[in-house]
Design a binder for this molecule. Structure first.
Ligand code: NAP
Length: 252
């Protein structure tokens, strides 16, 4: 039933983790995919080969910590096939800092996290809205987090705040541009088994097993399947919604 044949999708942070799983799923259901990477160029290029080579995918690099890089990335992505139908804002970082750390570490961590996780996302969304408008519509899917709703640990307040911003941004786009055929969704995973979570998962395996009623963290493929469903437009009227994947560890 899921068929994305003919759709061109930009996946930020497609080189690893949830993004790489998303690229595989989207390609498997027919989409052409732009695999964005920051540092992991080799992984992105291997993934392009894996999903069918240059006929079906392209790798594009951009450091989203640099102001303006998100907008430039979107324009380059449009240049590949002359259009983008779906934008998946997945790239993100989760460094840690607490109120007890030095001022500079606090300020730098907040600034970098908000730049990558929120400002670059907003810049990409802005370009997408302007592009989609010229084409009668398009879809934005933003990867937020359970932390946006539940809050996070004291060393990740900046991360939770950035993801709260992503939710508000997504809802605003959905409300503001639905009349122009522009759809916007968020997905909000709890812990997902990727590099980002690896250290925490190793140290807190027992706590997590207690905390998550399903008993395990989320496989990246389940987030990928959710994104593919949203991209399919099978449920367009869900625009503005956030889909939770957290094994019932936080039921809103
Ligand atoms: P991951 O395995 O650490 O992968 C992060 C991805 O983001 C990589 O592809 C990386 O690209 C890209 N990225 C990071 N900083 C970048 C930068 N400055 N410029 C360009 N690209 C950058 O993380 P993940 O777990 O898959 O996370 C994906 C998304 O899910 C993030 O938004 C994260 O906040 C969210 N999330 C994750 C979890 C979890 O438990 N894992 C839970 C909830 C939400 P390069 O390697 O090419 O630099």
């Amino acid at each position: 039933m899921l068929d994305l044949t003919g759709k061109v999708v930009l996946v930020t942070g497609g080189s690893r983790g949830i993004g790489a799983a998303t690229v595989r799923t989207l390609a498997a259901v027919g989409a052409s995919v732009i695999v964005h990477y920051g540092r992991s160029e080799q992984q992105a290029r291997s993934l392009v080969e894996e999903v069918g080579g240059e006929e079906r995918a392209a790798a594009l690099g951009a450091d989203l910590a640099q102001p303006g890089a998100g907008a430039a990335l979107f324009r380059e992505a449009v240049a590949w096939r002359g259009r983008v139908d779906v934008l998946v804002n997945n790239a993100g970082i989760a460094p840690t800092v607490t109120v007890d750390d030095p001022d500079e570490a606090w300020a730098d961590t907040w600034a970098q996290t908000l730049q990558v996780n929120l400002v670059a996302v907003a810049d990409l969304c802005r370009e997408a809205v302007r592009h989609f408008r010229t084409r009668g519509g398009g879809t934005i899917i933003n990867v937020a987090s359970r932390a946006a709703f539940r809050g996070d640990n004291p060393d990740a307040m900046h991360y939770a705040a950035s993801k709260g911003g992503v939710i508000a941004l997504t809802r605003s786009i959905a409300r503001g541009y639905a009349r122009e055929g522009i759809l916007a969704y968020a997905v909000a995973p709890g812990w997902v088994r990727t590099d980002m979570a690896e250290g925490y998962l190793r140290e807190h395996a027992a706590d997590l097993a207690r905390d998550i009623p399903m008993g395990d963290v989320v496989p990246p493929e389940e987030v990928a399947h959710t994104i593919a469903f949203l991209a399919s437009e099978l449920a367009r009227h869900m625009t503005g919604a956030t889909l939770d994947l957290n094994g019932a560890s936080y039921v809103r």
